[in-house]
Ligand binder design. Structure first.
Ligand code: SAM
Length: 230
């Protein structure tokens, strides 16, 4: 049942974790982890009724009611103090939404759970949120599935000051060093997209010079990274 994407997320969940999977939809991730005996307990949080009911159904069908609490709630409001959650996964949504959920739910982060985040876009926002909130990136993955390239970012709380450069926030400090095939492909696509936009801007009238320059700078930065310049 589990996608390669969520399998990779599952690999980063510590053994014996008390997990909150926020935006769980079918609760596939916590169900998989519970069946494998990899977690002790999970909350599957959903803000939308349909997905919430999907999650309830999966959990019931697998006989996991004791181990997984399915809750209809907005973001981290699904978490109760007595759950003693030590790990949170938020997967399959935009980076801005992930940051909003973390920001709005700060009162649920006082014990500083381990965070595993899988933004579909806007990874830079996610890294910057982690970096400015005392979290240190400990693991990153980039992978391709069904023509989509996904990034997974894991971070633990270290109460440290921000350390990421702009370039690291954009590309990922670990991904930048590894430069895997998926990484190269993602950023080649990004260059192609930017070049298309740039060509359109060049044909159009009254486009501010700064706008074109920003795109040119972006392309140059990506090319620099792909060519291994620092
Ligand atoms: N996490 C699963 C995965 O990665 O396959 C499901 C991803 S699905 C595309 C995103 C889910 O997040 C949707 O079911 C949506 O209802 C839920 N969601 C969006 N905003 C949310 C919020 N503020 N709180 C809880 N769930 C939310």
């Amino acid at each position: 049942h589990l996608s390669k994407r969520l399998l990779n997320v599952a690999k980063l969940v510590p053994k014996g974790a008390r997990l909150a999977d926020i935006g769980s939809d079918h609760a596939y991730l916590p169900a998989y982890l519970a069946l494998k005996g990899q977690i002790e307990f999970a909350v599957a949080g959903e803000v939308v009724k349909g997905p919430f009911q999907n999650a309830q159904q999966v959990v019931r069908a697998q006989g996991l009611n004791e181990q997984i609490a399915v809750r209809l709630a907005d973001g981290l409001a699904a978490i109760e103090a007595s759950d003693q959650i030590d790990t949170i996964t938020i997967c399959g949504m935009g980076g801005t939404l992930i940051c909003d959920i973390l920001e709005k739910g700060k009162d649920k982060l006082v014990k500083h759970p381990f965070l595993i985040l899988q933004p579909n876009v806007g990874e830079k926002n996610v890294r910057n949120w982690l970096d400015t909130n005392g979290y240190t990136l400990v693991n990153e993955m980039i992978m391709e599935e069904d023509g989509h390239i996904y990034e997974i970012i894991a971070a633990k709380y270290t109460a440290t000051k921000p350390v990421l450069t702009d370039k690291e926030a954009i590309f990922g400090p670990y991904l930048l060093n590894e430069r895997t095939n998926a990484f190269v492909k993602k950023w080649q696509k990004e260059i192609a997209k930017s070049e298309t936009v740039l060509a359109q801007l060049t044909k159009a009238k009254d486009v501010p010079v700064a706008k074109k320059q920003a795109l040119e700078a972006k392309i140059e930065q990506i090319e620099g990274v792909l060519n291994g310049k620092s």
